[in-house]
Ligand binder design. Structure first.
Ligand code: PLP
Length: 412
């Protein structure tokens, strides 16, 4: 019986032998994290340039968040929503005040928050917009990523998310992302209750729509009485240099969907925010989750959002994002290996100049790891680069030096 891991290979073998093969991890076995750094079981230190897909914006094991977790864990962790608890209301008020909404509904994973948004939009469609029973449509975008549940993958256009997982849930119409005429056409259908989009498509490869797209989308939703459902699970909570990526265009979604960094990566928490007239369509018994709104998560959420404000993470992401992209643009002038850099704040990607199915991005990430920086390709030959937002300017430069060194030395 193995009780402790003594080498990376041992941990990799255990996961391979006993775990489902639903991920393809980089061969690095991590044991400790602090701020922007991770350490493997052999003691090697890495810069984290993935931030658990933007869940650890506040940095690994942030002491203020961990303290809130420990303090609350000693008092009360879970009661279920069968009763009130003395932390949930505080967290609900905190998120409503922070993001400017009337009501909050806490869940656990990002996928669950999106499921919640789908139910809200549909029920609003039937009870407020007057859509005929079972005819509601939600418009989603090509290349979206909202999670992995069966209803969410019903709106996916990614073959690997869908193949052999049908039959799919009806009620979605897919339009091209960043295409205003496609939206104009789709939203005019009176059966449409919601437009469900990401303000920047993260998993698709940090695809930033043209300036004005979100604003126009919001106006079209308003014009056609359609709810704008914004999935800010990856882009929200300071990641793009604003509290929400929607803030770049002063857009206020009707339904805001958050997860990941809402807990600073300490435990799974997600939330859906909306105005009263939307949120209150859901009545007791119609939706819920045993762990959703637990006092442990509630205490952690408040602490995690306090860190964002106290440590000026929004300003840091905005400023260092500029530094990072400027360095990458200079690198592109020196190499043919990278086609472009794109992103906002500290959510960025470099696009590798090779066929999407080639191994180049993966191999570059292996080299990054050798040089002490962890990043992972997203779709095709795109490498997302998203460090914790507590990174300093000096550290960003050090990381850009690593990226530059690896890229310039890389031989296909
Ligand atoms: N929505 C977006 C935009 C995401 O990036 C993700 C995860 O990467 C999700 C939803 C799903 O979140 P979870 O993995 O917590 O279910």
């Amino acid at each position: 019986m193995v009780t402790a891991i003594t080498s990376s290979q041992e941990a990799i073998d255990l996961e391979d032998n006993y775990g489902a093969h639903n991920y393809h991890p980089l061969p690095v076995v991590l044991t400790r994290g602090e701020g922007v750094f991770l350490w493997d079981v052999e003691g090697k230190r890495y810069y984290d340039f993935l931030s658990a897909y933007s869940a650890v914006n506040q940095g690994h094991c942030h002491p203020h968040i961990v303290q809130a977790l420990i303090d609350q864990a000693r008092e009360l962790t879970l009661t279920s929503r069968a009763f009130y608890n003395d932390k949930l209301g505080l967290a609900e008020k905190y998120v409503c005040d922070t993001f400017g909404y009337d009501k909050a509904l806490f869940m656990n994973s990002g996928a669950e928050a999106n499921e919640t948004a789908i139910k809200l939009a549909r029920k609003w469609g039937y009870t407020k917009k007057g859509i005929e029973d079972n005819k509601a449509i939600i418009v989603a975008a090509k290349k979206n990523f909202h999670g992995r549940t069966t209803s969410i993958i019903s709106a996916s256009t990614d073959p690997s998310a869908r193949k052999n997982f049908g039959p799919f849930m009806p009620g979605f119409e897919i339009v091209e992302y960043d295409d205003v005429p496609a939206l104009q056409k789709a939203l005019a259908n009176p059966h449409v209750c919601g437009l469900w989009i990401e303000p920047i498509q993260g998993e698709a490869g940090v695809y930033v729509p043209q300036a004005g797209y979100l604003k126009t989308a919001a106006e079209l939703c308003n014009q056609h009485s359609v709810l704008l459902m914004m999935d800010e699970i990856q882009t929200g909570i300071a990641r793009t240099g604003k509290m929400l990526a929607s803030d770049h265009e002063n857009v206020r979604p009707d339904i805001l969907i958050l997860g990941k960094a809402l807990s600073g990566g300490v435990l799974p928490v997600s939330v859906v925010l909306a105005r009263n007239e939307i949120m209150l369509v859901i009545k007791p018994g119609e939706h819920g989750s045993t762990f959703g709104g637990n006092p442990l998560a509630a205490a952690v959420v408040v602490a995690a959002l306090q860190v964002v404000a106290n440590e000026n993470l929004i300003e840091n992401a905005a400023r260092l994002g500029e530094v990072f992209r400027a360095r990458m643009k200079r690198l592109i002038e020196k190499t043919d290996l990278i086609k472009l850099v794109r992103g906002k704040g500290l959510l960025n990607a470099i696009v590798i100049n090779d066929a999407p199915e080639s191994e180049t991005a993966w191999n570059i990430c292996l080299k990054f790891a050798e040089h002490g920086l962890l990043a992972k390709p997203t779709h095709g030959n795109i490498i997302r680069l998203a460090p914790p937002l507590v990174i300093t300017e000096e550290q960003i430069h050090e990381c850009c030096d690593i990226i530059e060194q690896v890229v310039l030395a890389y031989k296909k």
